[in-house]
Ligand binder design. Structure first.
Ligand SMILES: Cc1cc2nc3c(=O)[nH]c(=O)nc-3n(C[C@H](O)[C@H](O)[C@H](O)COP(=O)(O)O)c2cc1C
Length: 243
């Protein structure tokens, strides 16, 4: 099984999202998958121009010459991981640009699915399974409502199945090197690895691991208190001209 992850965080390898991606992929690899992790901010990805050349002039190929040609090849994999931090209740702009530029995968003509909803056929006939990974700064799983619906719709549009979704609220601490957090983060990272290995062996994350993954890493009140304290300290430093 081949799994390719795309991370849309502008913070790339140093960010919280990548901690989730790396642990998930490590687990998948331990169960025998071949994995690749791609950080979108390291790639050249222009905005879609909406010219429809990829449908009508050069079918299947975008006229923008950047890294998307190479990235579209990755959709031949068995599973694609869309990983993005939550930005204004949505994916990041980088991830959205990337998703817009996957339109050459589709054919222009419009057909109806089994529910009578419109869709474009996938050019190659191959629709990889989707895994969604996200984290956000607030506490509370309700913040992922838009993202959940967004990826359900995209999966439907392209005939893909959502194989797993891992959402982490209170995710601002994931890449945090504070010693006091280490045991909690190590536990969470282990769960991510287990989720990755289960996906490869069983085709899904078990209910037991899913439930554990959704439990707060630290108590939400403690997380919010610490975050607000850190913000206040930074602003005080700024006032004193220390920064
Ligand atoms: C422009 C911007 C918008 C954000 N919007 C939200 C949001 O709507 N809800 C939320 O809980 N966190 C929001 N966050 C916080 C990020 O989701 C959070 O910092 C996350 O851990 C970043 O992941 P990363 O380190 O991989 O980039 C936002 C951050 C930025 C910079």
């Amino acid at each position: 099984m081949r799994i390719v992850a795309f991370n849309g965080s502008p913070r790339g390898a140093a960010g919280n999202t990548q901690v989730m991606v790396e642990n998930f992929l490590a687990g998948a690899e331990s169960a025998g998958a071949e994995t690749e992790s791609i950080i979108l901010t390291d790639k050249k990805i222009g905005h879609c121009r909406g010219c429809f050349a990829c449908w009508l002039k050069t079918p299947g190929k975008c006229i923008i010459k950047d890294d998307m040609e190479e990235l579209l090849e990755k959709f031949k994999s068995d599973i694609i991981v869309f990983a993005s931090p939550l930005y204004v209740d949505n994916v990041t702009g980088i991830m959205k640009d990337f998703m817009d530029r996957t339109i050459p995968r589709l054919e222009p003509h419009i057909e109806k699915d089994e529910n009578g909803e419109c869709k474009h056929p996938v050019r190659t006939g191959h629709s990889p399974g989707f895994v969604i990974i996200s984290n956000c700064g607030f506490t509370g799983m309700e913040h992922f409502q838009v993202l959940k619906l967004l990826f359900r719709r995209i999966a439907r549009n392209t005939g893909s199945k959502i194989m797993a979704e891992i959402y982490r609220d209170g995710g601002g601490i994931l890449a945090n090197p504070m010693l006091v957090l280490r045991p909690f983060l190590m536990h969470y990272n282990k769960l991510l690895k287990k989720a990755g290995s289960e996906l490869v062996t069983d085709g899904r994350i078990s209910d037991k691991i899913q439930l554990k993954l959704e439990k707060p890493i630290v108590p939400p009140e403690q997380y919010l208190k610490t975050a607000n304290k850190l913000f206040a300290e930074e602003l005080q430093k700024l006032e004193r001209g220390v920064n």
